[in-house]
Ligand binder design. Sequence first.
Ligand code: ADP
Length: 235
Amino acid sequence: MTDIAFEISGLTKTYGSGAATVRALRGVDLTLPSGEIVVLLGPSGSGKSTLLNIAGGLDRATSGEVLFQGQSLTTMSDRELTRYRRDHVGFVFQFYNLMPSLTAHENVELVTEIARDPMDPGEALDLVGLGERTDHFPAQLSGGEQQRVAIARAIAKQPTVLFCDEPTGALDSHTGRSVLRVLSDINKKLGTTILIVTHAAAQAEMADRVIRFADGDVSEVELNDTPLSPEEIVW
Ligand code: ADP
């Protein structure tokens, strides 16, 4: 039997109140097995980031349930949710959020110093192909390289799940492809479950599972038996 990473049921999220109420999630049901690359597609405002943030323990649901490996995130205390994020979750965002005054190695080290079972920062940077650039500052690196440092930082604590919100959104397609290559390698080498929110529909071709969103709910789930390699994708 396949391990299940997330079992999501009846998940809703409402922002604001009265006339300003936004129903960002309207009762999402979703099962996500471990070890897959999952791509979430859908128009802007359809609820993808909200789902990512709740499953990643950055935000709380209004109602419904999220089980992570059978444990309910929705009933966790703030302290338990912090522990969940620290032990299991890595995040990669569109903008890399590196500390400009720290080298690539030091940026990764910030995380490994507080992680439970981290890899060596140098090993994480090797995994993203930046073993030669560990002493560079962010300003001395290209956008794609900075994003790879951000990925090294996210994976250095050996997370169970890596959440990526528009990881190639600020990159040209050639550089974006090298970032997707790194994500694919991490999925294969470390078995990390990877969830990617993207506007680039073509990136769905590298996913094991494609989740389409519309109006705060899942409109379609598609399984891909033969995912393409990042190098074969054009967008
Ligand atoms: P997507 O990632 O698909 O672009 P989001 O999950 O970011 O969509 O947003 C879903 C809806 O929730 C949008 O209408 C957005 O404006 C709203 N929303 C998201 N975050 C907040 C927030 N913190 N406060 C108020 N509304 C929000």
